[in-house]
Structure formats: structure tokens, C-alpha cells
Write a protein that binds this ligand. Structure first.
Ligand code: GTP
Ligand code: MG
Ligand code: ZN
Length: 309
């Protein structure tokens, strides 16, 4: 029986799609790996490299081992407080995708994913979509905020006649040089953007009417090997992204501006909320911290304290 190393492209209810040297195999989710459930909700994730037994025989092939991950994008599993759900393994770039309008931009979701990237030492960047729908310069404020924090921001539109050609070209170059995961609310245009950047891919695109009814278009995370290099992982829309396994006291470190200011607080364990002589609160009052970032920090902090109890 021959062994082989494969790359997990997609996981369905009972089978995994695994790339083995350019061939796509369907491997059942069974065996030892799926009996021992540790703190992970699912033992394999899209992007994992796995050791397969009997790779030449589709009837008997099985995942024997998940090779160590270099990186992971993970959140707390929904409804299972003590478990982690890995959304993507071994990625080198996380694109946090948000639309300027429709669906309304949710800064806290952006901040949750960016904080998670900081924690994993993963490169996170922001893609702002639907620039053609921008009103009253709202996009400029978000662009300035995240660039000010040192994040790369890619402001895009793929609407005919309004394409942001230079930015789209830069994004295409990034996709070919990385294993990239796109994450964000349903309807922000993740699949549309990938289709635009990679001609011939033809991922399914949703109508805004369906999206308003809460229907996701992309239903499975899918890793796509790109002709010309790189892999891209399109994901279903996410509404919630709770940090997993983070101590509330750690959170300051994952907000770049708060990390830098926190050394000036009177108390070492300052939570930057009601403590006296807090450098972070002072910066907020003086307009040196954006109110939406502070609001995100407080929301996530509260959630982590609750999770601890
Ligand atoms: N005006 C405008 N509409 C866009 C743009 N990009 C995408 N859309 C529209 O946004 C809608 C949703 O696009 P999708 O690509 O399906 O969104 P998604 O993020 O993949 O959604 P899920 O798969 O449900 O997570 C579609 O109707 C697109 O035509 C853009 O740059 N401008
Ligand atoms: Mg999609
Ligand atoms: Zn403080």
C-alpha cells in the first residue's frame, strides 16, 4: 500500500476533496483521526496537508495524519464554547473583505479577524469592496483608519466602468504569491472578486435579493490552486468570529494602537475601561484612538471575560 501527501481542498459532510500531485481524490472522513475529538471541533481543515494511506485505491484510502500547521485562522466553534473551529490552515495571507455599503460595513467583524491575525502572527489586510457604491466619502475614513494602523488596504470595485484597475492588479499579484483566504460577511463580494481576478474560475455569485434574505451563496470553504501560482480560499460568509483561547488580559496585544499605548497605563493589568489613569482612555478622549476600534476592543473584551466564567 502506498502512502502519499495530499492537500485538503474542501470538506463536505462525509468526504474530503484532497489534491494529490494535481489529482483530486475524494477521501471519506473516517478512521482513528475522527474518533478522538480533542479541543478542535474538526480534526482536519481546508488547507491542511495530510498523509494518506492507500492513495492509489479510492475504495480504501484514508487520512492517517494531519501534518503540523504553519498557520491557522480559527474561531470559537458556534454553540461549542470549549472548541476551536479552524477555518483555514497553512495560509500566508488573510484578506478581510468588507463592502463600503450593502451589506453595511461592520467594523467589529474586521477588528475580530485582524486581532486573530495578530495573535497568529498572520499577515492580515483589508479589502474594501463596492467602492462604486460609496457615498459621502465613507470609504476614505475606513481606508485612513486601517492604513493609519499599518494595515494594507485594498479599495476595490469590480462594477463595469468603475473598476479600480491598479488595485485589482496588485491584488492579483498577491493571490499568485500566497495561500490567501478571503473572509467577511455574506454578500460583500468575495467570490465576485476572486472571479474577477482569476478569469475562468466561475465561482457562484449571489444576488443581493437572496443575500438580504440571509441566504449565503458560497456554502463550502474551497481552496483553489491557481494557474500561474498560489492558492485562494473562498469561504462562506461569516457573521460571527469569536476569538478562541484568548485570555482577556492578552487582548490589548492584538490591537496595535492599544498595545503601543498600554505601557502608559497606571496599572499593569489595566483593562482600559474604568481603571484610573488609563493611557488608552486618555488617547480615546483626545481622538488618538478611533472610537470604532475602542468599541470593538470593549465588545471583544467583554465576550472573553464571559467565556472565561
Ligand atoms: N456594486 C457592486 N456590486 C458588487 C461588487 N462586487 C460584488 N458585487 C455584488 O455583490 C453581490 C454578492 O457577491 P458575492 O461575490 O456572491 O458575495 P460573497 O461575499 O461571495 O457572498 P457569500 O458567498 O454569501 O459569502 C453580487 O450581486 C455581486 O454582483 C462591486 O464591486 N460593486
Ligand atoms: Mg461567495
Ligand atoms: Zn489602560
Amino acid at each position: 500500500m502506498s502512502e502519499a501527501i495530499g492537500l485538503i481542498l474542501r470538506i463536505d459532510a462525509k468526504v474530503c476533496h484532497v489534491d494529490v500531485g494535481g489529482r483530486s481524490l475524494r477521501v471519506p472522513l473516517r478512521g482513528r483521526l475522527f474518533e478522538e475529538r480533542g479541543h478542535a471541533r474538526n480534526p482536519v481543515a481546508v488547507g491542511d496537508r495530510v498523509r494518506l494511506s492507500a492513495a492509489e485505491d479510492p475504495e480504501h484510502t484514508a487520512i492517517e495524519e494531519v501534518l503540523p500547521r504553519t498557520t491557522k485562522l480559527a474561531r470559537r466553534a458556534k454553540g461549542e464554547e470549549e472548541r476551536e473551529q479552524v477555518l483555514a490552515a497553512n495560509v500566508s495571507l488573510v484578506l478581510v473583505v468588507a463592502a463600503v455599503r450593502e451589506p453595511p460595513l461592520q467594523p467589529v467583524l474586521i477588528d475580530r479577524i485582524l486581532a486573530s491575525c495578530e495573535r497568529q502572527e498572520l499577515r492580515g489586510a483589508v479589502v474594501l469592496t463596492k467602492l462604486d457604491r460609496d457615498r459621502h466619502g465613507a470609504a476614505d475614513e475606513w481606508i485612513a483608519l486601517y492604513r493609519g494602523l499599518g494595515y494594507e488596504v485594498f479599495p476595490t470595485s469590480i462594477a463595469t466602468g468603475c473598476e479600480t484597475a491598479a488595485v485589482l492588479e496588485r491584488l492579483a499579484t498577491e493571490l499568485h504569491g500566497n495561500v490567501t483566504v478571503l473572509a467577511g460577511l455574506s454578500g460583500v463580494g468575495k467570490s465576485s472578486l476572486i472571479n474577477h481576478l482569476i478569469p475562468g474560475l466561475d465561482l457562484r455569485i449571489g444576488s443581493m435579493n437572496r443575500i438580504r434574505q440571509g441566504k449565503h451563496t458560497t456554502t463550502h470553504a474551497q481552496l483553489v490552486p491557481l494557474p500561474g501560482g498560489g492558492h485562494v480560499l473562498d469561504t462562506p460568509g461569516i457573521r460571527n468570529f469569536a476569538l478562541f483561547g484568548v485570555d482577556p488580559a492578552e487582548l490589548s496585544f492584538y490591537f496595535r494602537e492599544i498595545r503601543d499605548l498600554a505601557t502608559g497605563c497606571a496599572y499593569r493589568d489595566c483593562a482600559h475601561q474604568s481603571e484610573p489613569d488609563c493611557a488608552v482612555r486618555r488617547a480615546l478622549d483626545e481622538g488618538r484612538i478611533h472610537p470604532s476600534r475602542y468599541a470593538s476592543f470593549v465588545t471583544i473584551h467583554r465576550e472573553l471575560v464571559e467565556a472565561e466564567q
